[in-house]
Design a protein. Structure first.
Length: 563
């Protein structure tokens, strides 16, 4: 039995009936890349995904269909959108086979070159050079193309940028969408017949409610589809409970992964064995699992003390503008079709939901300036804003056709700020789980002045009412759809959780490959960077047997950086 000092490490209570070369926890951008590349190299691969598998017709027609939209299994809601609240931030994230690609806005853009000059990126390697060929591979695999159609909200955003003297930074987004003949299904246009048939985008605005028209390049249409064709197994509705190393030393050798059915009221525990494990469950899923293994189960006691440190919100704000006139329609197009910079470090994108998908109005509130003020002061200011302009409040937040009248503005900054997540053991009154701690040196901002300025300028040009979100308005919380960090890279466990090859210190054969390992706020949608980083990590793993990849699909070779 493996020991840590004199104390034996816990072992799984379930006997593993099957064995794999790799077990991957999570099927988002990191997990899907890993599944395909390892299957190509001849490994036996199992992907365990907590959420459900969705066919196109399974996606809701509106996000008011919460049973198919929200993931909240305690209430028997088994959709693909999760909302998680901490003291410091409200987090929107995905859950299902395909991870965040089911609910994200398709944007696949490389960050500004200045990002790779940040100290945390430069500390261990020249990541800009290392990732360059893997960005190219990720773009090809995800079918990245330039948005062919702009919307009225995009033009208003361009006007705002021009007024700041930054009109030249306006650009259509690069996205993972098939822009063939609208609604007409054709044979696979991306992988020479290896992929599934696809249909052209209808510009309905439904990207973030789940694309029902087979146009969105979710991971189930590329990486995961190809991985399954090469023998990888995907087991949906499987929540991993623990990872148990077996063998000698601090985790070298085989692992047992214990899990249960996530959608069952009385699930039995199951287990599989694996030579290696890749944790790619998204920032919150990955940190929750690793914390449980270190603090609750005790199966991974030598995880770095830096686990959960420097969790970043991409320095984001999610605000909006609701048109006063009910005759406008901002819902048509793809979810995000343009990007602009409003200063050296701040990107802004106009976001839309499809007709009738007004669920997010429940998170809306008046836009107020009350930076760092306490709850009652903020509530007083919000009430004052409503009383001064009651008709604006009724039109923008309560009135009909909210999705058609509303433009959400996603503001992202390449600015270093973070919070720390810690594990709380819980008590009779306090549930166990992760809690957020404010970092006093560079705290995550609940209110971003540049974001408020852009929203007010946008609203003035659009004849709209500027809108905040309840998390920020009342609680001074950040709102983010791109939570990253928490497993920092370092040359040793004293410096970080993983090494530059994404392998966990003290536990050879255990990897973390998702946004948790990103070392700084990219200030732009991070999905392409996570994909490129996963391609890089997989390029370092040798083939088990002659590679069975298809021409044009294999990843670029790479050399690991020296720590």
């Amino acid at each position: 039995m493996t020991t840590q000092g004199r104390r034996p490490l816990p072992r799984s209570s379930v006997t593993a009936r099957q064995s794999y070369d790799y077990v991957i926890v999570g099927s988002g951008f990191g997990g899907s890349v890993s599944a395909l590349r390892l299957a190509e190299k001849g490994y036996r691969v199992l992907v365990l995904e907590q959420g459900k598998r969705f066919a196109d017709q399974d996606f809701p027609r509106s996000n008011w269909h919460v049973w198919n939209f929200l993931w909240l299994p305690a209430l028997r809601l088994h959709g693909f959108m999760r909302l998680t609240f901490f003291k410091e931030a409200m987090v929107l994230h995905g859950c299902g086979v395909g991870g965040g690609s089911l609910v994200y806005a398709n944007v696949l853009m490389e960050p500004d070159a200045e990002l790779f000059e940040e100290p945390e990126w430069r500390r261990l390697a020249d990541w800009r050079t290392i990732l360059r060929p893997h960005y190219a591979t990720a773009r090809r695999m995800l079918g990245v193309t330039v948005t062919p159609k702009l919307a009225r909200a995009d033009e208003i955003l361009r006007e705002v940028a021009v007024s700041y003297g930054l009109g030249d930074t306006f650009r259509p987004t690069e996205v993972g969408v098939y822009f063939g003949e609208p609604g007409v299904e054709q044979s696979d246009p991306f992988f020479g017949g290896e992929g599934p048939p696809r249909a052209g985008c209808q510009f309905c605005g439904g990207c973030m409610v789940g694309c029902r028209h087979n146009a969105k390049n979710t991971l189930t249409k590329n990486y995961l589809h190809l991985a399954e064709k090469r023998g990888a197994a995907i087991r949906a509705e499987s929540r991993v409970l623990g990872i148990y190393p077996e063998g000698d030393g601090a985790g070298g050798g085989r692992f047992v992964v214990e899990f249960r059915r996530s959608t069952s009221l009385r699930p039995a525990r199951e287990a599989v064995a694996a030579d290696r494990v890749i944790v790619a469950a998204g920032t919150l899923g990955t940190l929750d699992l690793l914390f449980r293994c270190r603090e609750e189960i005790g199966s991974l006691p030598r995880l770095s003390p830096h686990l959960g440190e420097r969790v970043r919100t991409n320095s984001e704000a999610l605000l909006g503008a609701g048109a006063r006139r009910a005759t406008v329609d901002y819902s048509e197009g793809i979810a995000i079709s343009a990007d602009v910079r409003v200063d050296d470090v701040t990107h802004v994108q106009a976001v839309r939901y499809p007709k009738g998908s007004s669920f997010m109005r429940l998170l809306s509130g008046p836009l107020i300036e009350a930076r760092n003020e306490r709850f009652w002061r903020r509530a007083w200011r919000a009430a004052g804003a409503i009383l001064r302009h009651p008709l604006d409040f009724l039109r923008s937040l309560i009135g009909p056709r909210w999705a058609e009248r509303t433009t959400i503005l996603l503001v992202m900054q390449r600015v270093e700020n973070f919070m720390n997540l810690r594990w709380r053991r819980g008590s009779l009154l306090v549930p166990r789980g992760m809690r957020a701690e404010r970092d006093l040196t560079r705290p995550v901002p609940g209110e971003i002045p540049q974001a408020h300025r852009v929203v007010r300028d946008f609203a003035a040009r659009a004849g709209a009412v500027p809108m905040g979100n309840t998390a920020e308005t009342l609680f001074n919380m950040a709102a983010t759809a791109h939570l990253i960090g928490g497993c920092p890279m370092g040359a040793s466990a004293e410096e970080g959780v993983v090494d530059p090859q994404c392998q966990v210190h003290n536990y050879p054969g255990l990897y973390v490959i998702d946004g948790t390992v990103l070392p700084a706020n990219p200030g732009i949608n991070p999905s392409l960077t996570i994909t490129a980083l996963a391609e890089y990590a997989m390029s370092l793993i040798p083939a088990k047997e002659p590679r069975r990849g298809v021409a044009g699909l294999t990843a670029a070779p790479s050399t690991p950086p020296s720590a």
